[in-house]
Design a binder for this molecule. Structure first.
Ligand code: DP6
Length: 311
């Protein structure tokens, strides 16, 4: 017997950075776009041995370090206990996107694990009915950003939990890959460190205000306003990293070069993509559908993974 599930990643435009407890309750609300084309696939089957994990063959291999593996299996254990699933299992997972694209693959991984474990629980207790809102809440306990991956295309995660948000705007996504190599500070560690920055004071209010403005600007299709809010927001988060004690950071010369190019595009043409960065060196872009033809020039010479086919 084998159960399978998959879940998409998401990119936050208003960032979850800083948490108030170990179950990943966020210091501020966040807003994200769900990346349906970038997914984690999970398969679970029973085994005689203890619960374990391995890479699912055939897709892009995930590498989990010891902490990552512990976090993943602890989440599985929490759900098994909650839904009273007896026995031991082998979990296999993999992404359909490369590990070096610096996506919050924990978002899709934990959302997919939560969904697959729910499927497993339903094989034991077919009457079990759990809403997406509740699955999202449970997934949050594994990794915060995963709770937004249950809603598409737009999700807001506030103190009441994550929910879909009515914004009638479908976008394309590109991530410019500027650096390989493992991050020296994980996003989980970053959440713990940012309160040590003197700039953390007022962070919650800044993020909440931006979220309200961004939601309105997206709904009204005020594209330049959207760009300005997203730009300020990711710099706010990266400034927190660089002013934490001890300071840390993710931007590389390659990131700065891409950011400068995108700013130049906006300055010269009054149009461009929405730009954001997570806790990593790569630069994420969101584009309107009508901008895809221009993106060939915008991305010229860059190593980018795009949601649309590139010649
Ligand atoms: C910078 O969800 O990876 O991507 O809850 O500790 O697992 P944990 O952290 P995680 O943090 C993601 C942070 C971010 C911003 C965001 O996705 O909102």
């Amino acid at each position: 017997m084998k159960v399978k599930a998959s879940a998409p990643s998401n990119i936050a435009l208003i960032k979850y950075m800083g948490k108030t407890n170990e179950t990943n309750l966020p210091s501020n609300s966040s807003l994200s776009y769900t990346l349906e084309h970038l997914r984690t696939f999970v398969e679970i089957e029973s085994t005689q041995h203890n619960d374990s994990w391995e890479a699912l063959p055939g897709l892009e291999p995930i590498t989990l370090n010891e902490t990552g593996l512990k976090k993943f299996l602890a989440h599985f254990d929490r759900l098994k206990n909650l839904w009273e699933v007896p026995g031991h299992f082998l979990i296999r997972s993999a992404n359909n996107f490369p590990a070096d694209c610096g996506l919050a693959s924990s978002a899709s991984s934990f959302a997919a694990l939560t969904k697959a474990t729910y499927e497993l629980a339903r094989t034991v207790r077919p009457q079990l009915q759990v809403s997406d809102a509740e699955l999202s809440r449970l997934s949050r306990m594994g990794s915060g950003s995963s709770c937004r991956s249950f809603f598409s295309p737009w999700a807001v995660w506030s103190a009441e939990g994550a929910k879909p948000v009515e914004i009638n705007l479908e976008l394309e996504h590109a991530v410019v890959i500027v650096a390989g190599g493992a991050k020296s500070v994980s996003s989980s560690q970053a959440h713990k460190r940012v309160p040590s920055s003197l700039l953390f004071s007022g962070r919650t209010q800044r993020a909440e205000q931006r979220l309200v403005k961004l939601e309105a600007s997206l709904a009204n299709k005020e594209w330049q306003e959207c760009f300005e809010i997203c730009w300020t927001e990711f710099w706010d988060m990266h400034a927190l990293f660089e002013t934490s004690q001890p300071a840390f950071g993710y931007m590389t010369p390659g990131s700065i070069e891409v950011l400068a190019r995108m700013r130049g595009i906006w300055q010269t043409s009054g149009d461009g993509p929405l730009v954001t960065m997570d806790a990593g060196a790569n630069v994420h872009l969101l584009l309107r559908k009508d901008q895809v033809s221009k993106a060939r020039v915008w991305l010229g010479g860059l190593n980018a993974l795009t949601s649309w086919p590139r010649q």
